[in-house]
Design a protein around this ligand. Sequence first.
Ligand code: SF4
Length: 407
Amino acid sequence: MTSASLVRGWCPDLFAPMAAKDGLLVRIRPPLGRLTAAQLHVVAEMAESGGNGVIELTNRANLQLRGFSPSSVSAARERAVKSGLTLADEAAERRSALIVSPLAGLDPECAADTLVCAQALRKTVAEAVDLAVLPGKFGFAVDGGGYFPTGLLAGDIVLRARNDGWAVCCGHATTEPASVMNAVGAAVRVARMVALRHPDRARPARIPETGLSLLEEAGLVACSLRVEAVRRPPTVGRLPEGTLGLAVPFGRMHVATLRTLADHLARCDDAVLRLTPWRSVVLAGPSLPGGTMLIDDPTDPRLRVQACTGPGGCARAQVDVAQDALALAMDVPRGRTLHVSGCPKGCAHPGRADVTLCAQSGGYDVIPDGRAGDMPWRSGVGREEIVALLRRLWKERPDVTGERRDA
Ligand code: SF4
């Protein structure tokens, strides 16, 4: 374990786990967000033998495993490297954070060279040792569009498909389209500019105004990027080309569910599970594996609520927010979102929700159309009053759409 370990604000991985109430927490970044059936079995075994058996889907298309000890993390890391789930080099692994259009290679509307672009970027970044000083949470995205339209994938540097090539997008700025390899080279040059700005270490995703100057310092001709709200299509249920989107409540599952997915995957023609940055997965199989917690109905009310791990996994959690969120799910109208957070940090949903309930010692803070840390509209609301208050809010705010683009 390195000196960076156990530091909050760091993106935890198998080299630098994060301490939580239920043990050490690690994340696995499967290459291009894809796993084979064999790799899923390895993850299930790691979670069961080294952790507490809980596997979470993250909004960076990673897998998060909980309940590890320092020795079980070391064993899991060795297995992950052998299985091709993690790079052997710690720094290269960390800078290879990359989100790729989940349907690349299947969706005919997604740019045909999306996977070529992603593979080239991953390889080039892994070899660029001078990028070791990038900020800890720095990440790339390769956005090929299609069913999931361009503009949905978030990252500090995003390679975005255009009709005539790939544009490099950084914060609120973009380049003109170029060939795949030229765009990959340009993206890495921009990343170098971010690294050079050390010690500021400002991420363009956090300070999008820096994008234009970063692109220009990298020697690129850049202009402002028109920021548009992009509506996300359903991620669960029937998706293009016979694929199936699946979710689990709060993105949290047990090893049994992961093994069911692995067994099902082994029977599919396209034997790869794709992780999305919306806490769901995509497989090419025609039907849902039975007897699991998997959700395949896009109208399932559990998809309208978000909640963090709660007191079982976090010392800051005041109440079992997942239980409260499930109890309230049936009352959330279609198209609306409810986030029930254990504290103002809002881990489960950093963006805005139609309504956010934030647990405090005297009850819930109620925040309409905001984030967990925002100024509440009502404070200290007890559980018994919440249902009536929420019904009033849904009625009074029919204009709120519930589908948002927040990262
Ligand atoms: S939102 Fe707060 S209570 Fe919930 S997991 Fe994050 S830090 Fe813990």
